[in-house]
Write a protein that binds this ligand. Structure first.
Ligand code: ATP
Ligand code: MG
Length: 487
């Protein structure tokens, strides 16, 4: 007997405005059991807003939301929000057990907490499950925090899972494991899943149907993914079609301005204007990145180059040397939440030039950057908290486009950025490189590295550098082999 097909959540004619900005203007959306539903739309389309309305975080202006379930009660819903929401002072075990306690169990003892957390984490990350789960959440890396949140949601036994860009911080191997678990839950428990992502490859791997939000309305309503091509999806999102340009391979040979990165297992020569990709789980790349951004005094990597110290001693010194850094953790290490967009964009220039005022010229420059990155904001005087996730990310990238640099380090700069704007960011970074800035780029999205880089340094899951991949060996399988992760 086939499992019952239930309409678990039905959203009809949903309206929501923030001030004068109308975000949702009559949106329809349905979550059915036994299905993985991709929720798509450009940055600022209103995906997270709809999820926050469904889960009660914010209020709708108008419209109807109905919930139904096989056992008459409302379906239990678990959500992974786009921005991490662990309680920093509670332990990993407490953070996970919390939702179990909230769902009816009165007291959960520490032993039980650890058991619940262990079982939850074992679902997707046995290594993390084996760690001391009394560790505080604030001691986790962002990437581990993401896994804890996902594990927590998966372990609640919910009938509906709402996952708002859960894979944005995960490596290819972790994503693959997550997908296996999600598929199994749908098959065995007949749950309904909503999955938000800007990574087309993942969407195709995982999802059955897709809904696309455009201009606050439902442009595509639960269409089977097999009936849409990638370019139709991009078009329905209201984004310009992307031309598949053949990447011009550059052959940079000048030695002037080169930097030698000396590592524990070998040296890497990076030439001026070259784009060096870093592939693999964060453990390896983070050591090298820390060296470059001035937080890695004790890093096992060092620099050997004319006029450069072997280890920049502080972020300030790194900036003074002409090194820019876009942190992958926009939440705690990037966005200046208390300052308006304009100050966020001009922050690094101010540090470098020690200037603290905005005059007309700067304001125009900020406006220009905002337009180049299609940063969707009410005004440059708004606070970053009013921006969607992808637009906050663009803010961090904009910050370093406003000044000349010798070298720039990007940690997942396109995390959460929509497909159309990703191309714009690639273009801007390529231009920076062509103008002589050396680029070091870490990404967990291997396809992105293969598209953009001149050479790729791969790290295995233990954090060891496994060698440099030249362009003639660029392919997904080679990279998957070296990083020890599925392509
Ligand atoms: N608290 C708020 N105040 C003002 N505007 C807001 C607020 N929250 C969201 N917005 C605006 O609502 C719009 C939709 O944002 P939302 O976060 O839902 O987008 P999204 O589709 O999730 O985008 P992304 O892919 O970038 O995450 C954006 O233009 C955003 O600036
Ligand atoms: Mg969002």
């Amino acid at each position: 007997m086939s499992p019952p097909d239930i309409e678990l959540i039905s959203v009809k004619n949903l309206h929501k405005s923030f001030g004068v900005t109308k975000v949702l203007r009559g949106l329809n959306f349905t979550v059915r059991s036994g299905q993985i539903h991709a929720l798509l739309g450009g940055n600022g389309a209103g995906k997270s807003t709809m999820i926050r309305i469904i889960t009660g975080g914010i209020r709708k202006d108008d419209g109807e939301i109905t919930f139904s379930s096989s056992n008459a009660a409302e379906p239990k819903i678990a959500v992974v929000h786009q921005e991490l929401a662990l309680l920093p002072d509670l332990s990993v075990a407490e953070n996970i057990a919390l939702v179990h306690a909230a769902s009816g169990r009165s007291i959960v003892r520490p032993r039980q907490q650890a058991e619940i957390a262990h079982a939850a984490l074992s679902l997707i990350d046995p290594q993390l499950a084996a760690r001391d789960l009394h560790l505080k959440a604030s001691e986790l890396s962002m990437h581990e925090g993401q896994i804890v949140e996902i594990a927590r949601a998966l372990s609640t036994g919910a009938e509906v899972l709402l996952l708002d860009e859960p894979t944005a911080n995960l490596t290819a191997g972790e994503t693959e494991r997550l997908f296996l678990v999600l598929r199994r839950l749908v098959r065995e428990k007949n749950i309904g899943i909503v999955f938000v992502s800007h990574r087309m490859k993942e969407i195709r791997q995982l999802c059955d149907v897709c809904t696309i939000i455009r201009d606050g309305l439902t442009a595509v309503d639960a269409a089977p993914l097999s009936t849409l091509t990638d370019s139709e999806i991009v078009h329905q999102m209201g984004q310009p079609a992307h031309r598949d340009e053949q990447r011009k391979r550059r052959n940079i040979t000048t030695a002037e301005g080169s930097i030698m990165l000396k590592g524990p297992t070998g040296d890497v020569l990076v030439r001026k204007g070259q784009i060096l990709g870093l592939a693999g789980a964060p453990a390896g790349p983070s050591q090298l990145i820390a060296l470059l951004n001035g937080t890695g005094r004790a890093s096992r990597w060092s620099i050997a180059a004319e006029g450069w110290p072997s280890h920049p001693l502080s972020p300030r010194q790194a900036i003074d040397l002409g090194i820019g850094y876009v942190s992958g953790d926009r939440h705690t290490k990037g966005v200046l939440a208390q300052l308006p967009i304009v100050d966020n964009v001009l922050a690094s220039r101010r540090i470098r030039e020690r200037r603290y005022w905005v005059h007309g010229e700067e304001r125009n420059e900020c406006m220009e950057l905002v337009q180049r990155l299609k940063l969707k904001a009410g005004s440059i005087w708004d606070l970053p908290g009013t921006l969607s996730g992808g637009n906050q990310q663009k803010l961090l990238v904009a910050r370093w486009l406003a000044m000349p640099l010798k070298l720039v380090v990007f940690e997942e700069p396109t995390r959460g950025v929509d497909i159309g704007t990703k191309r714009d960011i690639y273009g801007l970074i390529r231009t920076m490189a062509e103008q002589g800035t050396t680029v070091v780029w870490w990404s967990t999205e291997n396809v992105e590295l293969l598209e953009l880089c001149d050479e790729i340094l791969a790290f295995d899951t233990e954090g060891h550098a496994k060698g440099l991949l030249p362009p003639d060996r660029f392919n997904e399988d080679a990279l998957a082999d070296l990083t020890g992760m599925a392509a």
